[in-house]
Design a protein around this ligand. Sequence first.
Ligand SMILES: Cc1ncc(COP(=O)(O)O)c(C=O)c1O
Length: 381
Amino acid sequence: MPHPIDLTVAPLDELLRRRSEKGAGCAPGVLSSTIAEMDFPLAAPVADALRGAIGRSDLGYASEAIPELAAAFTDFAARRLNWRVDPAQVSVIPDVMVGVGALATVLAGDARAVAFASPAYPPFFGNPPRAGLDVRPVPLRDGGELDLDALHAELATGTTVFLLANPHNPTGRVLPRAELEAIAETCAAHDAWVLADEIHAPLVLPGAVHTPWLEVSDAARERGVSLISASKAFNLAGLKAALLVTASDRARDVVAGLPPLSDHTGLLGVLGAEAAFAHGDAWLDAVLAQLDHNRTLLGELLATALPDVRWTPPEGTYLAWLDCRALGLGDDPSAAFLERGRVALGTGPRYGAEGAGFVRLNFGTSPELVEEAVRRMAATL
Ligand SMILES: Cc1ncc(COP(=O)(O)O)c(C=O)c1O
C-alpha cells in the first residue's frame, strides 16, 4: 500500500525557523506569504533521494550528462503535460533565471533588450540590466491577456527576445492555446526569440490546461526555448537545478553554444528533480488538490472579510494577485499589511508599474494559515 500523502504544515513559529528566504528576515510572529515557496513537507521520494545521496557521501559536482533526469522529465512531460520531449534536447542549468540571462545575452541582437508582459516576476526587471540588457515591459490588458499590438510595436523597434511566463506570475493565468499561437506568429514575423519560462507548468490547477510552448506550433519550436524545473512544484529552489528544452535544430544549436552552465548546477538538485519527476505524482496530485481547496477558501474569505479586494482566481500556481486599490492603502498596500496586520505579502510595485495598489498572497500552505493571512489583512483595516 502506498503511504497516504501527509501535507500537514508545521506551526508558524517552526516555519519561521526555516532558513530559506520566505521566513528569513521576518520579525518574530510575522506571517510570511511572500516568496514562492510552499509550506508543505517535502515529497517522500525526493527526501529519500536526498538522504540516499548523503548516505553515499555523494555530494560532488553535478555532471553535464543527465540521462536519468532527462528521461524522468521526458516521461513526466508526456504523462502530465501532454508534451513530447526529445531527451537529447534537454540540458541542465542551475536555475531558470540563469538560463534566461545566458540565452538573452546571446539572442538579444543589436537592440540588447528583453521584452516581457508586465506585471512580472520582479527579477525579470532586475536581472537583464545586470547582463547589460534593457528591459521592455509590455503591459497586460485588464483581463490578463497580452496586448499583441503592444508586443508587435515593441518588436518593431528591434527587440529580439520575448520572455514569456506561462503560467504567469503574479496573475496565475494559464495562457490559452490561441493566445500562444498568436504570440508565436507575432514573434516569428519579427524574427524574435521566445524564452518560455514554464517553471509553474506542473502547478496548473483543476479546470485549466497548460499548453507547452514547444507544442504550440512550428514557429514556436523554431525560435523557442522552454525553461522548466521541478523547483516550484516540489519546493526545491535552493538545490539549484533546472532544465532547458528545445525542439528544433536551430534552438538546440543556440543552447549548445552557451557557456557551460552545468558547473554551477547542484547535484542534489539534479537528484531531487529526478526523483520528483519520476516518483512525485502522488504527492503533486495531493498538493494540487490542497491548492484547489485553498483557492476556493481564499475566495470565500475575501468575499466575507475583504469584499473590496478584487481578484481573478489563478488557474495555476499558488499565488493570488490581489487588487487592493479600493482599500485606500496607496501604491504599496503591503506596507500597511505588514506594519499593522503582521502579514508579509508580495509588494505590488515590485512587479512593475501595473502592480501599484496590488499585493501577492501565497496560498501554498495550510487552510488555517490562509485564514490567518486574510484575518490579519482584514485587521489592518
Ligand atoms: C515565473 C518565474 N520564473 C522564474 C522563477 C525563478 O526560478 P529559478 O529559481 O529557477 O531561477 C520564479 C520563481 O518564483 C518564477 O515565478
